[in-house]
Design a protein around this ligand. Structure first.
Ligand SMILES: NC(=O)c1ccc[n+]([C@@H]2O[C@H](COP(=O)([O-])OP(=O)(O)OC[C@H]3O[C@@H](n4cnc5c(N)ncnc54)[C@H](OP(=O)(O)O)[C@@H]3O)[C@@H](O)[C@H]2O)c1
Length: 384
């Protein structure tokens, strides 16, 4: 396999899965952006034939480090071109993409074009270019296997059931750290408050997205492409315990759910071993000690990002890429304490309002829309 985003939160969990499988999975390639220390350690442990650091200066530093330490046998690629090359390595059967943001899109397309199955954690790839990617997947006869826990849950419940047997799917949301907070109080939350997720331990961007419910909105768009369902057949239900990872309602009224401890190693391992199941050392789900599972509808008034994502998804074309890019800029600004938490949906809304949607966009048009949205969002940041 090839692992893209090896040094991040999902990347680290994937590495744990690989260790546990004791040689069942062989790393042919690893990629990250700029974390040289973490990549160097991974090279020493796994000796992959090729790695890529997307930041060229990080690739140079890694080469120097390897030379000084006498570490040989791993070719170091660099830049976005290196990432695309790594994703298509002939030795790999499957590519797991856990790159945060749209940076993974060309690499995923490259893997698909090279005939590889893709285990996909990077939701932005399908959010921004779902039609394009799913067309390429169908043309090459490969599979996209979801890693996102909600989509993995739906995937596990649906199995080979056709769209005509499914009435609706429900993605569960923990509700984030501000689930019960008043709108008034939410205006004063700090970055530290927003980074304190109640049930999942994740990278900073997705943790903020979970606090605004934008993460759930992005997942709705991702589910639309993965399961080929219209938006009115994709619901969201808040479930604070994060034990049920999602539900599928079938046409006869039966509802199937997938449950488990909230740990990304489960969906990662399933994606990598699919359709087989391998033993894992995750703690068992102890329902008796959990006691009760609660559910409530999402509050779109307090969490407008969820509504914005449904709107962008329904508009289609370049709208979801613009939503995603504006959100990324806004979240970055919030993490840098340049805007308030309430500023995130405001920036997203302003950029969406100013966007003229291009329908059926190609890759270039998607990347152009992404670039435009980033500039537009930055413009609003500077104005405020
Ligand atoms: N964390 C979770 O539990 C979780 C759950 C479901 C889905 N996801 C999705 O999985 C993806 C990764 O999330 P995460 O939480 O693991 O993020 P993260 O901890 O921030 O890690 C991001 C990874 O991507 C690399 N990266 C960043 N920008 C890149 C670029 N332009 N080109 C190549 N590599 C780049 C980083 O490398 P450096 O370390 O060198 O910067 C790092 O390895 C996101 O799309 C997220 O929505 C995450």
């Amino acid at each position: 396999m090839v692992l893209l985003g090896a040094t991040g939160s999902v990347g680290r969990s994937t590495v744990q899965v690989i260790r546990e499988m004791e040689g069942g999975l062989v790393l042919q390639g690893l990629a990250a952006h700029s974390n040289v220390d973490a990549m160097f350690k991974l090279i020493q442990e796994f000796h992959p034939p090729a790695v890529c650091m997307v930041a060229p200066e990080a690739a140079r530093a890694l080469r120097d480090r390897m030379q000084d330490a006498g570490v040989e046998g791993s070719r170091v690629l660099d830049g976005p071109e290196g990432l695309v090359e790594l994703a298509a390595l002939p030795e790999a059967d499957i590519v797991l993409c856990a790159i945060v943001g749209i940076g993974g899109l060309p690499a995923v397309l490259s893997a698909v074009d090279a005939g590889k199955d893709v285990a996909l954690a990077s939701k932005e790839v399908l959010v921004c270019a779902g039609d394009l990617v799913m067309r390429a997947v169908a043309a090459r006869g490969v599979r996209i296997i979801p890693v996102d826990s909600e989509h993995s849950a739906v995937f596990q419940c649906i199995q080979h059931r056709g769209e005509s047997e499914i009435r609706k799917i429900y993605l569960t949301a923990s509700g984030g750290p501000f689930r019960t907070m008043s709108g008034e109080r939410m205006r004063q939350v700090t970055v530290e408050d927003a980074l304190r997720h109640p049930s999942w331990n994740m990278g900073p961007k997705i943790t903020i997205d979970s606090a605004t419910l934008m993460n759930k909105g992005l997942e709705v768009i991702e589910a639309h492409h993965l399961f080929r369902l219209p938006f009115d057949r994709i619901g969201v239900i808040v479930h604070p315990q994060s034990v049920i990872h999602s539900l599928v309602e079938l046409v006869d009224g039966a509802v199937l759910a997938q449950l488990g401890v909230p740990d990304m190693r489960h969906p990662i391992q399933y994606a990598l071993t699919y359709p087989h199941r391998h033993p894992a050392s995750l703690p068992a789900l102890d329902l008796a000690s959990i006691g009760a599972l609660e559910f409530e509808p999402p509050d779109i008034e307090r969490f407008p990002c969820l509504g914005a994502a449904y709107q962008a998804g329904r508009a289609g074309g370049t709208a979801p890429a613009v939503l995603n890019a504006a959100n990324e800029v806004a979240v970055g600004a919030f993490l840098g304490s340049r805007i308030t938490f309430a500023g995130i949906p405001q920036i997203v809304d302003r950029v969406m309002q100013a966007h003229e949607v291009t329908t059926g966009p190609n890759l270039e048009e998607i990347l152009r829309a992404d670039d435009w949205a980033r500039k537009e969002a930055t413009k609003w940041l500077l104005k405020d």
